[in-house]
Design a protein around this ligand. Sequence first.
Ligand SMILES: Cc1ncc(COP(=O)(O)O)c(C=O)c1O
Length: 378
Amino acid sequence: MDLSEYRSQFPIFDKKIYLNSCSLGALSLRSRRYVEQFLNEWDESGASAWYSNWTKEIDSVRKLIAGIINADESEIAFGHSISSILSIVASCFQFDERKKIVVTELDFPTSNYQWISKKPLGVDTRIIRSDDKVNISIDKYRQAIDDTTAIVSTSHVFFTSGNIQDIAGINEIARTKGALCIFDGYQSVGQIPVNVHEMKIDMMVSGGLKWLLGGPGVTFLYVRKDLIDSLKPTSAGWFGTKNQFEFCPDAVDLHDDARRFETGTPALASLLAFKGGLEIVSEIGVDNIRAATLSLINELTEQLNRAGFSIRSPEKPENKAAIVMVRHDNPGKVVKALRENNIIVDYRNEYVRISPYFYNTSEDIETFVSTFKELSKN
Ligand SMILES: Cc1ncc(COP(=O)(O)O)c(C=O)c1O
């Protein structure tokens, strides 16, 4: 597939070599157009645009998400951030019989905070430690999950190692112990294939910020259809209710489908930006995206190895997502110097983090490596 046509839809490449999609996906012309369309509708029609357009836009974005992860539309709820949607999920549990939550030290902190902050409710959050800071072995999950476990809450792809976890395997272990799983797919959906039905996933959260190219302000929750009815959020809002426009002040009648996890008015500008990103990801296809990024990360790691840098990475190729961590004595300084040379990457602790996507090219990789090598001499 010729991806150069798609690259030209991302104006950032006119001026920069952008290799930081795991922090923030690049802005497409299409997302900009949809946001401008929203602003024009707001300007021209005010609130009546809800009836003429915006309600339909919410449905169309839900459909696009469902298509990418192979879910039903009725299994998708919108949120505003990963933190807020996870806290809605957490509000469904009483923690009376099962008090244990299993997380890992490699998860993004905000996911763990949902559970750690529930200590006053008796929640016991067990943090699995990693031996190599790259991965958590499936055996560690086997040891940690037991019949006191309520939920296993972990990432699909770890944000500081790019390791792809075997979430189907983790979910299977949890199922045999009667526990539920919720996976943070912010670093996976878009860049690697996710098929929630085939993987028999209980719940997953993700959103626009990174690999789905929608920017900040809109996230989503997938909940397996046959689980929805048993989960009743105690943190609620009018978008989660059946009779939203009856303005009933004294009872909460939750939707039967996943919309019950929604709370307040969606951030429409973000939703429209998200629509642009989702369309592009759907058109290219996640399998094609994965093939393109795999070849770029192979080139990147080969060239970095050849230049003598040390890389922290999963061992098996099938566990490698498009996040490459390179050890550096002064990561903050070199990232700043790269930025001054119009090359955008990031750093976490003592590692420089590079995250190529389908819109990057072999030339981007070569220019990054040669400039990085040069700047690292100083
Ligand atoms: C895996 C993961 N989860 C969550 C977040 C952030 O979540 P929130 O939407 O609450 O800011 C990030 C980074 O932005 C992340 O990498």
